[in-house]
Design a protein around this ligand. Structure first.
Ligand SMILES: Nc1ncnc2c1ncn2[C@@H]1O[C@H](COP(=O)(O)OP(=O)(O)OP(=O)(O)O)[C@@H](O)[C@H]1O
Length: 288
């Protein structure tokens, strides 16, 4: 199977996973996460998970519903600690939420009472950037997402796609080295979603930031990523990693018509589909 890697493999060779200092952007080593359930039991969400994300790499994570994808992101973000194993960001064990990490979630994290400009300025201001400089940076990013003319609007006066563009400007304005995205576009209609993917690739190009993008949508994963990680049915561990050898720059509409795209889709679906079936059968078993 071309492009497929075994779980825990660093992908394209050890050196490719590292920057000049030899440090990968993200490393999960034997990461396990258990939660206490309300009934006093223990639920294992993530099990013995090994994953390395290289500097500047775009990694998409797909897996059956409820398998533990979001939990994996919370371990990288520092919102949760692993029960076992290690999680490192830029070579340093994760201890709380780091400055270099940016997030985009399905729900918009905008302040409804603040204007678009004020929303985008909020991060830099919070980090102590003087108002004039923060305003200038915010305007730069609003221009890049095509919202320069909307800086005085309030979030409720924008469409879902526009709010998402505000969220991207709000994230990129902080120059995150690591970008964690949890189904950021799943609430959008199909056309807006494709446009947002293109916009994300444009904004990301040249930033050098490393992205982990969780999605249910395998087409979206392939169109965006350098590598697609397939998770097992829960508890999540890495089943297989696929290199996406499609040229960049890409646009979603064009790339998904390429024969190679369809080939890659089939390969990954053969792996992912098996886990989806296992999850469905368990669901049917539980319901019986
Ligand atoms: N804080 C928590 N306490 C208890 N159980 C949790 C907690 N967070 C997640 N879980 C459980 O861990 C499992 C994995 O959840 P997670 O949200 O990581 O899956 P997911 O793959 O992101 O799901 P989806 O595809 O539906 O978004 C689920 O069974 C969930 O109920």
């Amino acid at each position: 199977m071309s492009g497929a890697k075994e779980p825990g493999s660093p992908g394209g060779g050890a050196a490719a996973g590292h920057d000049a200092d030899g440090v990968p952007a993200i490393e999960l080593v034997g990461a396990t996460k258990r939660f206490r359930t309300p009934s006093g039991g223990v639920h294992t969400a993530v099990r013995d998970l090994d994953l390395t994300v290289r500097q500047g790499e775009f990694v998409a994570v797909v897996g059956p519903t409820g398998c533990g994808k979001s939990t994996t992101l919370t371990l990288v973000s520092g919102l949760e600690e692993p029960s076992e194993g290690e999680v490192r960001v830029q070579g340093v064990p994760v201890d709380g939420i780091g400055d270099e990490v940016g997030f985009v979630f399905q729900q918009d994290a905008v302040f409804p009472w603040r204007s678009v400009l004020s929303n985008v300025m909020a991060g830099p201001r919070f980090r102590g950037v003087p108002a004039a400089e923060a305003r200038e940076k915010a305007r730069e990013w609003l221009a890049r997402v095509g919202l320069a003319a909307f800086e005085d609007r309030y979030p409720h006066q924008l469409s879902g796609g526009m709010r998402k563009r505000v969220a991207l400007a709000q994230t990129f304005v902080n120059d995150p080295r690591i970008l964690l995205m949890d189904e950021p576009f799943s609430a959008l209609d199909v056309q807006t979603r494709a446009l947002m993917s293109d916009q994300l690739l444009e904004l990301w190009a040249g930033t050098g930031s490393s992205v982990v993008f969780v999605t249910h949508d395998l087409e979206e994963a392939i169109a965006l990523a350098d590598r697609v990680v397939v998770m097992t049915a829960g508890p999540a561990t890495v089943k297989q990693v696929f290199d996406i050898d499609l040229p960049r720059p890409r646009t979603v509409e064009a790339v998904r018509l390429e024969p190679r795209f369809i080939e890659i889709y089939r390969e990954i679906w053969a792996s992912l589909g098996e886990e989806v079936r296992i999850t469905r059968e368990r669901g049917a078993g539980n319901a019986a």
